[in-house]
Design a binder for this molecule. Sequence first.
Ligand code: CA
Length: 232
Amino acid sequence: MTNALILIIEDEPEIAEILETYFAREGFRVICAGDGPTGLAHHQRLRPDLVVLDIKLPGQDGYEVLAAIRRRGATPVIMVTALAEDLDKLQALRIGADDYVVKPFNPLEVVARARAVLRRTLGRGPETILRLGPLTVDPQAHRAVVETGRGPVPLDLTPTEFRILAHMAASPGRAFARADLVDACLPEGEALDRTVDSHVSNLRRKLAAAGAEGLLSGVRGVGYRLEALDAP
Ligand code: CA
């Protein structure tokens, strides 16, 4: 866990620096962003294990940044707020933060909270293994396997194909718009609908070759869906 990558989104340089110092001292890798758009770009590109997110940011505030992170997936987020009102805390947790700290904070406490959140989220253990019919996706091991009559066939996927598969497998039966998949799964410079189409088409071909054809289908006018099948 200690080599986990922490993204700190905080516009006050002194606070960012203190947090960075403490996290780094505890063995974490750290990247900082001084505003929401930069933070979201780092999040997209670097896929941090946890985000420490200030609420009061210039321009796009922490709530908007949190909502954007949540549209992409389940990266754990700890909100940092100077506002001690309970309402704000509740709002942050309701829209999907994993924890919050109130300024002025003890940086050691922030690190301790981050460890606790990471233990909770990384330690989700076997439940994070996703099973759909013959397909098993293990996001932590970065492995996808199709069970066939001849035994298990591992899929040889590119990182982007794997992300698309794992993202869709987490919500079986849901129709994903191309834009959702672009946001959640594609590296930044590649963010185009037709790029998603080509990744998905390769993914379908590999699934079919492994004996799982029909599992991933197009949804006309929308995008794609992984069928919700019970594991055998
Ligand atoms: Ca601030």
